[in-house]
Design a protein around this ligand. Structure first.
Ligand SMILES: Cc1cc2nc3c(=O)[nH]c(=O)nc-3n(C[C@H](O)[C@H](O)[C@H](O)COP(=O)(O)O)c2cc1C
Length: 216
């Protein structure tokens, strides 16, 4: 399988706090290297798996993607990149980590647009994964992604279909003005009202086709 640089390039175009671009991309494709990653996964899986009633369900669901798919890719975060002062990160140091997650999402969407499947494997003990891949201990492995051609895409997440957990109702996750306050109107009406209230007060406001805001 080819691993075009353009795909990684799309991940590299992700937004990042203070433009620190804290990521690196480690591509693991050789049959010699993948079993080491797989061993780290298996150890963590055996140590950490959930209660027994879920174990049987889990073992039915999980393919051994790490070995089966041609490419594993590890996206990392160098939290010290571009020095101690990073615009936008002063009060929340975790913003560097979140920036690397944006790169993961970009790569995921780029792969998916090409018809490639992506699975994020996070059942790893961090230091064991760093050692298996030669990653320095001050560099955080954010995501190990298994990428490859798949027979089909599910319409719904596998964990939802198999009854692991249900999709939460969106309305239960929405708050209005203050955390915990309920909607005074329907969520749709509340969001539309908020969006319309923000529009520029000029006649040059572009009203897109299908806009639910009344004309200015
Ligand atoms: C942060 C994160 C961590 C994940 N970790 C795992 C994991 O360790 N093992 C796994 O099988 N899936 C994991 N997933 C989910 C898979 O990547 C899954 O393949 C993906 O959500 C797409 O499949 P779906 O449409 O069935 O959800 C994780 C997803 C995210 C966003």
């Amino acid at each position: 399988m080819r691993w075009p640089l353009t795909r990684v390039g799309k991940a590299h175009r992700a937004p990042s706090v203070g433009f620190m671009q804290p990521w690196n991309f480690l591509v693991v494709g050789s049959p010699a290297d993948k079993p080491r990653v797989h061993d780290v996964f298996r150890t963590a899986e055996a140590e950490g798996l959930s209660p027994d009633d879920r174990r049987a369900l889990y073992s039915r669901m999980k393919p051994q993607e790490i070995l089966e798919l041609p490419i594993n890719q590890c996206i990392t975060c160098d939290r010290s990149r571009s020095g101690p002062v990073v615009l936008g990160r002063t009060h929340m140091l975790s913003m560097g980590l979140y920036s690397s997650v944006c790169a993961v999402q970009n790569l995921w969407l780029a792969a998916r647009a090409e018809g490639l499947g992506v699975g994020w494997v996070s059942i790893f003990e961090q230091q064991a994964l760093q050692d298996a891949l030669g990653i320095p201990h001050d560099i955080v492995p954010i995501a190990c992604l298994c990428v490859g051609w798949v027979s089909h895409f599910n319409n719904r997440p596998e964990l939802e279909t198999c009854g692991w957990l249900p999709r939460l109702p969106l309305a239960e996750l929405l708050h209005y003005e203050q955390w915990g306050s309920t909607m005074r109107t329907s969520p749709d009406e509340a969001l539309t009202a908020a969006a319309c209230a923000q529009r520029p007060r000029t006649t040059a406001f572009h009203r897109r086709p299908g806009s639910t805001c009344p004309p200015a």
